[in-house]
Design a binder for this molecule. Sequence first.
Ligand SMILES: Cc1ncc(COP(=O)(O)O)c(C=O)c1O
Length: 388
Amino acid sequence: MIGVGTFTVNDKMREYVNQVLDSGRISYGPLSRELEQRFAAIHECKYGVLSNSGTSSLQVAIQAMKELYGWRDGDEIITQSVTFVATVNTILHNRLKPVLVDVDDYYGLDPEKLEAAITPRTRCVVPVHLFGQPCNMTDIQDIAHYHHLKVLEDSCETMFVSHNDRMAGSWGDVACFSLYVAHLLTAGVGGVGTTNDPDLAVKMRSLVNHGRDGIYLSIDDDNDLSAKRMKEVIRRRFNFESVGHSYRITELEAALALGQLDDWSGMIRQRQENADYLTDKLWDLEMDDWISLPRPRPHTERAWMMYPIVADGDKWALCDHLEKRGVETREMLRLTDQPVYKGLWEPENYPMADWINKHGIYVPSHQELTPEDLNQIVDAFYDYEWSA
Ligand SMILES: Cc1ncc(COP(=O)(O)O)c(C=O)c1O
């Protein structure tokens, strides 16, 4: 079976993991700190905050903004009609109201439909860079600024790529990335929040650590202090300022992610080559109107976390066929008609989402695919009885 994700252990990963095991230091430490700093810098941000998942990073990013900017329960957060449930769940967990905007032809939040969704209670826009491709951040950011709205980029499916020469993750007030299995950097579990705002960074780090006072968030925070400062730390290190969470990660996940960080450009290049190959070979099926291939957004790089295809006809018949031919598939992130959200919105108000819900799947494009794997995927598409 050709899987949608891959996890390959390189020498660097082994080296860092052994470093952790030999050091006896398992809680947030030097490797976590290095990962945060390097990951944030690559994404043109000053601060990175690790957590145990992309979902946890979204949860604390929203909560941090809610607390810092005084949002009220029931205030509205706009996000898009196609995304993973975690985007909407973290809005709901923060007692805010998710408002959906349909996606554009590139499967990102459609800026042309954004303004109509803004009300006096809107506080934030959450564009989601799905399937490795950044949203049209230029237009989204302009509209958000004009209406004094905050922007949170859900970049859990996208890393290391730019839109209009600016990195995904550096456009908004804050961005969240995932280190989960089958993503781009895969540590098993993990999330990173990035921001240029020191107050947001401190608040997010505190919320990951039970809402603890920012003076003491790691066991290193009482190293090399003056006697006066040490006294203050001792008095405040069991202070809690917010209703926080236990979303910490260990040095082992940081070691795995750091071990992959040196070669992120090689990984992205290989994924791009694989996607180009699939596009080239599947083009005839697009020309015959059997499938819609992913469109490249202008002036935008793409990380190809996976390869999304919207097919004519019954997607389940196609999935069954592909799986029988050894190609793993997933649905293209059906959201609007999920049973859990019944009554929150009307699915028929989102025609693009409706089309994707009915016909959208994705197949692998990761860096470990061999030429034989790619041909197996292509052949499986051509073997399908399209007219059936
Ligand atoms: C768009 C999006 N947001 C959020 C998440 C949540 O990330 P995690 O699984 O690390 O919690 C995912 C995970 O797949 C995702 O695809």
